[in-house]
Write a new protein. Structure first.
Length: 377
């Protein structure tokens, strides 16, 4: 397969509109790399530059060490699966899958072998004589993936391939594409705005915002060591909570305070990083699943909240809460208590899981701890 390298890649459209800015990304051979971010962050534009469907304004694109900037798409040995499937409606499934190979004048027997092999992998052999209009959305997506497989490309590119499917089918297709990656041992680059897709499918995630790479790492590393408030809020479902607190020193210890409402103490490992913020406000980040329900309101680090919304999800419950000063957050807890709107409840945040962010720059205050954890996850 292939290693893909983006070195200082940029894309500037007519009128000086910059869609992608100085991206440096390495997708290793046989890696499943996901580009994730909100709409308009430049992820699809970046993928299209790798495919050759967009000209590269700045930087270098290398596949297997070869410069690809000016190489036509057909000569890059890549295959792309689009959001809208891009199937020929007048052709059968077999003809759709075989079309690219016929253009390349591949031997008829070899075409037959590759199409049936891919159809077997994707469980669409019984649909080979049907036309796309006779297929469901999930079946059409399998055909689009099969058309890519038969080409034996160096790199597979996926541009939001599941966004047109219903929720249940998306979960199924996520598992199928992940299984396909393991079976083919291929290099894959996958674009999505859905961080759940990114977390469940990727070996490596590239988080983008406003055309710039924010952070690159494994799913668990990004979840546990976000480099800034944007990444912390984007990775995780429900997203991380952010409370504005003031850093104080009391009796020689660091405390985080929402004045007149609550105070919590950071763990000893985190305290040295917070000392330079004494007297200043920061963002205190805590994930919904790291909030522990308690019936002991006097316990250390306990916070009282008012419930505004109760969302029962079966195995757990999402509680929308507000602090004494009206700051909103979400807690994810087990259904061991009957929660009611307007009820006052007590939660204790897992302070070893807490993250802190500079109020002005939104950069992670514990970034050094994250850097020290590289290679351990």
């Amino acid at each position: 397969m292939a290693k893909v390298e983006l070195k200082g890649i940029g894309k500037v459209y007519e009128g000086g509109v910059r869609a992608v800015d100085n991206q440096n990304i390495v997708v290793e051979d046989r890696e499943f790399c996901v580009f994730v971010g909100p709409s308009g962050c430049g992820k699809s534009t970046t993928l299209r530059m790798v495919a050759g469907l967009e000209d590269i304004s700045e930087g270098e694109l290398l596949i297997d060490g070869e410069l690809m900037n000016d190489v036509p798409p057909k000569d890059r040995n890549i295959a792309m699966v689009f959001q809208n499937y891009a199937l020929y409606p007048h052709m059968t499934v077999y003809e759709n899958m075989a079309f690219g190979l016929r253009i390349k004048k591949v031997d008829k027997a070899e075409i037959e072998r590759r199409v049936h092999e891919a159809a077997k992998i994707l469980d669409i052999e019984k649909f080979l004589e049907r036309k796309p209009k006779a297929l469901s959305g999930g079946q059409r997506q399998r055909v689009a993936v099969g058309r890519a497989i038969v080409r034996n490309p160096k790199v597979f590119l996926f541009d939001e391939p599941l966004s047109n499917l219903d929720a249940k089918l998306r979960v199924q297709m996520r598992a199928e594409i992940s299984g396909l990656h393991n079976r083919l041992n291929a290099t894959m680059i996958y674009v999505t705005h859905d961080q759940v897709e990114a977390m469940t499918m990727a070996n490596k995630i590239v988080v983008m915002k406003d055309g710039k790479v924010q952070q690159i790492g494994s799913p668990l590393f990004l979840y546990n060591h976000p480099i800034n408030k944007f990444v912390a809020g984007f990775i995780g479902s429900p997203p991380m909570n952010f409370l504005s607190v003031k850093v104080l020193e009391k009796n020689g210890a660091i405390v985080l305070s929402e004045e007149g409402s609550f105070e919590v103490k950071p763990v000893a490992e985190h305290s040295p990083y917070l000392k330079k913020y004494i007297g200043k406000e920061i963002f205190f980040g805590i994930r919904p699943e790291d909030m522990l329900f308690t019936d002991k309101p006097a316990a250390e680090n306990n916070i009282s909240f008012s419930i505004t919304v109760v969302e029962p999800l079966g195995a757990d419950i999402h509680l929308w809460l507000t602090t004494g000063k009206g700051q909103p957050l979400v807690a994810r807890t087990e259904p061991t208590h009957i929660f009611k709107v307007a009820e006052t409840v007590n939660f204790t945040p897992k302070m070893d899981k807490a993250r802190y962010f500079d109020r002005d720059t939104e950069v992670a205050i514990l970034a050094e701890l994250g850097a020290a954890a590289v290679g351990k996850m």
